[in-house]
Design a protein around this ligand. Structure first.
Ligand code: ATP
Length: 327
């Protein structure tokens, strides 16, 4: 029989669509199981400051469809210090909260790991909330599906205008260290090339692809560039290509933060809902120090630090597919 009575939930790091669906599931599953649940605003920073508020079933009504996070998010330099984590612990003690659900990315998982290393009497479960899809222990992170669909629709619109004017568009998508968004968005929008941080960019090869397209009278081309590509962002790559390839009018579009916002897709809502409820189940079973994810439709547990470190690498055969299909 679990002695758990009070659970806290927070969102941390970059916000992601589906975080609200996750907060709702954590809250309702906790209440269903007779627990009290507390929302901690502004992530770890809010925890340090005691920004803690009890949530009731109706506190999370009508939020499943909203992007962003009703609990707000933050990055906290103070939490990376032992003193900051001690303050956070004292706030939990004061509120009588025995367990935490941390919804965030790899940094949040590292922070949660450091926290329970110092304070093992607090149970912590991590849930993957980031648009980057760069965590281990899950096939997808909450927010990724929405982000790629938003970016894909934006590129569909760009393609219309690119086609009307014989334009070469360089579209920059999010991904400082990871090309997952660029790969999926590029494949689904029929991009001529995709540049990702995981693979060294070969500008000569890119120009050859564009040249082949030009010779067979292609009227427009779209190159998707992850913001962390080694050849630079979209502006830099566009400038380098323009010097060598002046047949098209060259344009750059930076999709930026539109990729973070918007109503979550069905897939993200279901993922967030399953994981939120599973986190409460795990806590009731006395589990701690793990991140939950879904792999092949099944809930999977991974040690927090392992989930933060083991990101899947992008599939090179999918990158090749872009080359094959852009002939
Ligand atoms: P995203 O990937 O979407 O940006 P994230 O969770 O990786 O999300 P970060 O800003 O890297 O975002 O991390 C969130 C917070 O976690 C940090 O602001 C910091 O408070 C805490 N954190 C990160 N790394 C550590 C660490 N090594 N030790 C303690 N706390 C950490």
């Amino acid at each position: 029989m679990s002695t758990l009575k009070k659970v806290g939930v927070l969102t941390s790091g970059g916000d992601a669509p589906g975080m609200n669906a996750c907060i709702r599931a954590v809250t309702r599953a906790a209440i269903y199981n007779g627990l009290q649940v507390f929302g901690i605003r502004y992530g770890f920073q809010g925890l340090i400051q005691g920004d803690i508020h009890q949530l009731f079933a109706n506190s999370v009504s009508n939020i499943i469809q909203l992007g962003g996070t009703i609990l707000k998010s933050a990055r906290s330099a103070e939490f990376t210090t032992p003193e900051g984590r001690q303050k956070a612990y004292e706030q939990l003690q004061k509120a009588g909260i025995q367990a935490l659900v941390v919804i965030g990315g790899d940094g949040s998982y590292r922070g949660a790991h450091e926290f329970i290393t110092a304070y093992p009497d607090i149970q912590v479960i991590g849930l993957p909330g980031t648009i980057d899809n760069d965590l281990g222990g899950t096939d997808a992170t909450i927010g990724f599906d929405t982000a790629i669909n938003t970016a894909m629709r934006a590129i569909d619109n760009i393609r219309d205008t690119a086609d009307a004017f014989n334009r070469l568009f360089f579209v920059e998508v999010m991904g400082r260290d990871s090309g997952f968004i660029a790969l999926h968005v590029g494949l689904s929008s029929g991009a001529e090339a995709i540049l990702v941080p995981e693979e060294k960019t070969n500008l000569e090869a890119l120009i050859e692809i564009l040249d082949t397209g030009w010779k067979r009278h292609k009227t427009s081309s779209i190159i998707v560039v992850a913001e962390g590509d080694d050849a630079g962002g979209a502006f830099e790559v566009a400038a380098k290509v323009k010097q060598r390839f002046s047949h098209y009018e060259t344009k750059v579009a930076i999709l930026g933060h539109i990729q973070r916002g918007g109503s979550p897709t069905c897939q993200d809502r279901v993922l967030a809902t399953r994981l939120g409820a599973a986190a409460i189940e795990s806590l009731l079973q006395g589990k701690t120090g793990i991140a939950l994810g879904i792999c092949h439709h099944q809930i999977r547990e991974t040690e927090l630090l392992a989930a933060a470190q083991t990101r899947e690498s992008i599939n090179p055969s999918l990158l090749r597919l872009v080359d094959i299909l852009s002939v």
